[in-house]
Design a protein around this ligand. Structure first.
Ligand SMILES: CC(=O)SCCNC(=O)CCNC(=O)[C@H](O)C(C)(C)COP(=O)(O)OP(=O)(O)OC[C@H]1O[C@@H](n2cnc3c(N)ncnc32)[C@H](O)[C@@H]1OP(=O)(O)O
Ligand SMILES: CC(C)C(=O)C(=O)O
Ligand SMILES: [Mg+2]
Length: 574
């Protein structure tokens, strides 16, 4: 043990479990080439939400929800869809029957129907398929030793015979139906001896007489995930290299997510030669789920590879899936969760704000719309707009936030371009407001806080009425009446110097340290905004005002610093 690591044994019974390499023979590592490959195109995605996802639901989908899910999947662009296990229930059977009705199945979509290797179930599957113009019949049987011994009670030879018998029955029932193709899954492939999985798959390739124009699908599931993803990749590459009639076999994977690495397993499997991926939207499915097709596809998108599925309305997709599954998508779910395009922390917000500003400039320089410009914004792996999110949720403010995020919200919502020193000043105001509650503050609340601190402090204000006007070339005059009734009068070479002269004559020392302003292109009340930093009675304050022009707003802003000072003074004296 290193002296810098002070961890101690946990007392957990970890000794009860064996590592993957002791549970299954692993193919030789020397052959592997997947680590140096890249993903350059989308695989064939096959959603199994209506079968594997559905069988994992406490309340399986009713016909209406099945129809809704199927419509969503076709709308998104999936072309091969597992639609059910028709021999398992009336519901699944009837749904396949619905799809067999004339015009029900889109021309370019192939349904997959799932069956165990039992004569009665296979017959019933074909009964459901009657009239379907095309379909994949998906046969499965567990092939791993524990399942052979404990569940099925067959040795290797007997199980192979059972599978071949079922596959032969399927072939006979499909005779004269060229639209029917075949899929085989050696369930728990990842715990099956590699030579046995290969032998059974090759037998079926021959029995079903696979050809490039009528390929068979060998789907190799990690039914229960048992190892790091590199091990699964080695298992897949072994099959990829040794399967017979490779150009007549579609190599498919079906990772589950027991270790939380289903996505990694699928990605490494694709590097290792897989061409087709079965999974579910947002990772629904048995136990911790099937691999999440949304994450997989959008991961490709982030690499500049078209996922060939439309995720541009991800929130809409999510709503439909949540409705069908009656399960929520978590807030941190990759790409789709409510919080995944949002930064609360100050330095991230600062970087995102700067990144978005640079992105807008770059798009303008390139002469393309921002949604077409190359993306390189810190902390945002994709442009939220790609998946239909707006930028309003990108930055949210709480006590962890800094000036950058706060300034971003005021800029994006109200069009205010706060000078840097005002940003710093206001961040302290926000920090004081949020530290107490620890709660998030919305853009509207931020604006209220901003108004109270800089725009309307000490309202109704020290001055009852005032005016400023040019008095000659390069000269302005300021006149006003204090609420106490005292009159103010001053002149200067601009409205602000005239105001400070009037205040000085009344005994209030106001020094304008800086001012800035701009016109407003948003819906904030006013056409221009001015920011004034002033030292009033020895203390530096900021004032902000909206007005019809920047000079007019500047006088208001300066007065707001005076009002704040006078309010503070009367508060202290009272
Ligand atoms: C990894 C996966 O997702 S596999 C898919 C699992 N999905 C489902 O099970 C959902 C739908 N299933 C069902 O509705 C039912 O299980 C049915 C209708 C298919 C079968 O129901 P039953 O006939 O009552 O059998 P039961 O559900 O108890 O299944 C166990 C039997 O099937 C056998 N079996 C399990 N898998 C297979 C298979 N792939 N091929 C042939 N037989 C199998 C078992 O050995 C056991 O046989 P036994 O009763 O002789 O011991
Ligand atoms: C493909 C089938 C058999 C399956 O759902 C699995 O093995 O997880
Ligand atoms: Mg499964």
């Amino acid at each position: 043990m290193h002296p810098w690591n002070r961890q101690r044994p946990s007392g957990m019974p970890s000794h009860r479990y064996r590592p993957a390499h002791e549970r299954v023979e692993l193919p030789l590592a020397a052959e592997r080439s997947w680590p140096s490959r890249r993903l350059t195109h989308a695989p064939l995605w096959v959603p199994v939400d209506l079968r594997d996802g559905n069988q994992a639901l406490a309340e399986p989908m009713d016909p209406a929800r099945k129809r809704t899910m199927f419509a969503l999947l076709t709308r998104m662009g999936f072309k091969e869809i597992e639609v059910g296990y028709p021999s398992s229930s009336r519901l699944d059977f009837d749904f396949v029957r619905e799809l067999a009705a004339p015009g029900a199945l889109p021309e370019d979509v192939t349904p997959v129907v799932f069956t165990a290797a039992r004569a009665d179930l296979i017959e019933r599957t074909f009964a459901a398929m009657e009239g379907l113009p095309r379909a994949v019949v998906h046969l499965y049987t567990a092939t791993a030793p524990t399942w052979r011994d404990v569940v099925l009670g067959h040795d290797r030879r007997e199980l192979r015979a059972l599978i071949l018998d079922a596959a032969g029955r399927i072939a006979r029932l499909a005779e004269g139906r060229p639209g029917v193709r075949f899929e085989f899954s050696p369930e728990v492939f990842n715990l099956t001896e590699p030579d046995y999985a290969l032998e059974v798959c090759n037998d079926l390739t021959a029995l079903w007489d696979a050809a490039p124009d009528r390929p068979v699908i060998h789907n190799l599931p990690a039914t229960v995930e048992i190892s790091t993803p590199n091990v699964y990749a080695d298992q897949i590459e072994y099959m990829h290299r040794h399967l017979d009639r490779r150009d007549a076999v579609i190599l498919s994977v079906h990772p589950h997510n027991d270790r939380g690495t289903g996505v990694a397993c699928a990605e490494l499997a694709l590097l290792a030669g897989a061409q087709r991926v079965e999974g579910c939207l947002f990772g629904n499915g048995e136990r911790t789920g099937n691999v999440d097709l949304v994450t997989l596809a959008l991961n490709l998108h982030t690499q500049g590879v078209d996922p060939m599925i439309d995720f541009s309305d991800l929130d809409g997709i999510r709503r439909v899936v949540e409705h069908c599954n009656r399960l929520p998508v978590p807030d941190r779910h990759p790409y789709a969760g409510d919080l995944v395009h949002t930064a609360f922390s100050g330095t991230h917000q600062d970087a995102i704000g700067k990144g978005l500003a640079r992105h807008a400039k770059r798009a303008a320089d390139l002469g393309v719309p921002p949604e077409q410009a190359p993306w390189d914004v810190p902390y945002l792996p994709i442009d939220p707009a790609d998946v239909g999110r707006d930028y309003q949720a990108v930055i949210r403010v709480n006590s962890q936030s800094g000036k950058g995020g706060i300034a971003y919200l005021l800029r994006s919502r109200y069009g205010l371009e706060l000078p840097r020193r005002l940003q710093i000043d206001f961040a302290a105001v926000v920090q004081r407001a949020t530290d107490g509650s620890g709660e998030e503050i919305t853009a509207e609340e931020l604006w209220d806080l901003f108004r109270a601190a800089y725009v309307t402090p000490g309202e109704p204000g020290a001055l009852a009425e005032w005016t400023t006007a040019p008095a000659g070339p390069g000269e302005h005059v300021f006149t006003g009446t204090l609420r106490s009734g005292r009159r103010l009068h001053g002149t200067g070479d601009g409205p602000l110097p005239a105001l400070t002269a009037a205040l000085a004559a009344d005994g209030l020392d106001v020094e304008i340290l800086g001012h800035a302003g701009h016109t407003l292109g948003t819906d904030a009340a006013g056409e221009a905004v001015a920011y004034v930093e002033a030292r009033v009675a020895g203390r530096t304050r900021w004032g902000v005002a909206l007005g019809t022009s920047v000079p007019a707003a500047s006088v208001h802003a300066a007065l707001s610093t005076v009002n704040a000072a006078l309010a503070a003074r009367s508060g202290a004296s009272g």
